[in-house]
Design a protein around this ligand. Structure first.
Ligand code: FAD
Length: 406
């Protein structure tokens, strides 16, 4: 029942504070966040919120009153600048130093920026925070042209939302297809076709060499092949980097994120945990360490840390999953296509509802389901169970997923 300090008031940090109280932690909890607002959900920033279909209040993880009602000392607009492990204190940028018994690092990740000329022009944006989303929304309107750099999930979601606001959209992708890092060709081609049919222009195999401006305002994206893509605003969505500098400076082992165990406890210091986008964690189903960027991962690790801190049994491992919404398409993904050697497509992509299963031998390692909830739900169980399945049945939509899994 000591004093827990949580650094980073995002999805993971806010959830950890709530789980700690739910699991009976009676000691003080301090939740320190650099952003000026209480923990909120980021997924809608590129989807419903950008389209104007969700208000700021609906983004909040919990109503603001929740924190006071549960005796959680939430401080907004304050950044942690150093951790002193020997003294068990944290220094904040407002000059305050705080002592902890247990520290939870939940500092998330930040967008990677492109190291090219013009990247600092007005109108070259990234999307991570509510403030970023507000800045983007203010610039999107019918008649405006948006250049999206990066055809990953966030880039494609922004493209879809911008189209529904009437903006012209060009997606610029370095690889030969969108979602190249995370999906097979069937899925990439399906999403490309949908975006094209909605009027999005795709520039594939196109490398960005810089941004061209006029009076400090972006006017075009400069491609490496010499062409310029005229635009009024650009969003760079080329991945994120963990905010693990604090941890590294304090001597905590960091690989692609702060290295933790199955309780989300750092392997370097038993009094320090790391959760969410900033952590590199064991993923039992794949028997390896991964840094995951998803809401379900943030929640799972918040639970793991809260359970360990309150002396509860370790929660059962979950199957990693995430989702993406574009137009009327709900993509749900269970697991990651790691070490796979086969792909089975169930259903007809032309029907708009289908699923792609990634297998190793006869074992399902991951599923990406488009408007296909049963395939996703059962697929998730299959990934976790690691039991072999009959591929012929899996590809036959007349055989129910229940029977496939039996
Ligand atoms: P964050 O939510 O980023 O929170 C970290 C917080 O820590 C931030 O508020 C940051 O300001 C603060 N911080 C950092 N350093 C300090 C410091 N030194 N001191 C104090 N505070 C600090 N996931 C899905 O599963 N599905 C989706 O559809 C999906 N869509 C997304 C769309 C967008 C546009 C974005 C940006 C992300 C999306 N994600 C999605 C990913 C998901 O939002 C993240 O995985 C999740 O927010 C991670 O939670 P976190 O708490 O680790 O990090």
């Amino acid at each position: 029942n000591g004093r827990v300090i949580i650094l980073g008031a995002g999805h993971a940090g806010g959830s950890a504070a709530a789980f700690l109280r739910q699991y009976g932690h009676a000691g003080p909890i301090l939740l320190i966040g650099e952003e000026p607002i209480a923990p909120y959900q980021r997924p809608p920033l590129s989807k419903a919120w950008l389209k104007g279909e969700a208000d700021a209040e609906s983004l909040a993880l919990k109503p603001l009153e929740f924190y006071a009602a549960h005796d959680i000392d939430f401080r907004a607009g304050v950044k942690a600048i150093s951790i002193h492990r020997a003294a068990k204190t944290v220094s904040l940028d407002d000059g305050v130093s705080l002592a902890y018994d247990t520290l939870i690092l939940a500092t998330g990740a930040r967008p990677i920026s492109l190291p090219v000329e013009g990247a600092d022009l007005d109108g070259v944006l990234s999307l991570r925070t509510a403030a970023d989303a507000e800045a983007l929304k203010l610039r999107l309107a019918a008649g405006k042209t948006l250049a999206v750099v990066g055809g990953g999930y966030i880039g494609l979601e922004v493209a879809a939302s911008a189209r529904s606001l009437g903006a012209e959209v060009v997606v610029i992708e370095r690889e030969e297809r969108v979602l190249a890092r995370v999906a097979c060709t069937t899925l990439s081609e399906f999403f490309q076709a949908r975006h094209l049919s909605k009027g999005v222009r795709l520039e594939l195999n196109a490398s960005v060499a810089g941004f061209v401006g006029e009076q400090d305002q972006i006017r075009a994206v400069q491609l490496a092949d010499g062409r310029q893509i005229a635009c009024d605003v650009a969003v760079v969505g080329v991945g994120a980097r963990p905010n693990n500098e604090l941890a590294a400076r304090a001597g905590l082992e960091c690989a692609s994120g702060v290295v933790v165990d199955q309780d989300a406890r750092s392997i370097s210091d038993p009094n320090i945990f790391a959760i969410g986008d900033v952590a590199q964690r064991p993923v039992p189903v794949y028997e390896r360490m991964l840094r995951l960027e998803s809401v379900p991962n943030a929640l799972e690790q918040a639970k793991q840390a809260a359970a360990a801190i309150t002396g509860r049994p370790r929660p059962a491992p979950e199957c990693p999953w995430q989702w993406s919404d574009q137009y009327d398409l709900k993509l749900q993904i269970a697991g990651y296509a790691l070490d796979t050697d086969d792909v089975v497509v169930r259903g007809d992509p032309d029907s708009g509802a289908f699923a792609v299963f990634y297998l190793r031998g006869d074992v399902v390692r991951s599923v990406a389901a488009v408007n296909a909830p049963p395939e996703f739900m059962v697929g998730k169980q299959l990934v976790l169970a690691r039991t072999p399945i009959d591929k012929a049945k899996l590809s036959d939509t007349t055989v129910s997923m229940k029977v496939v899994a039996a």
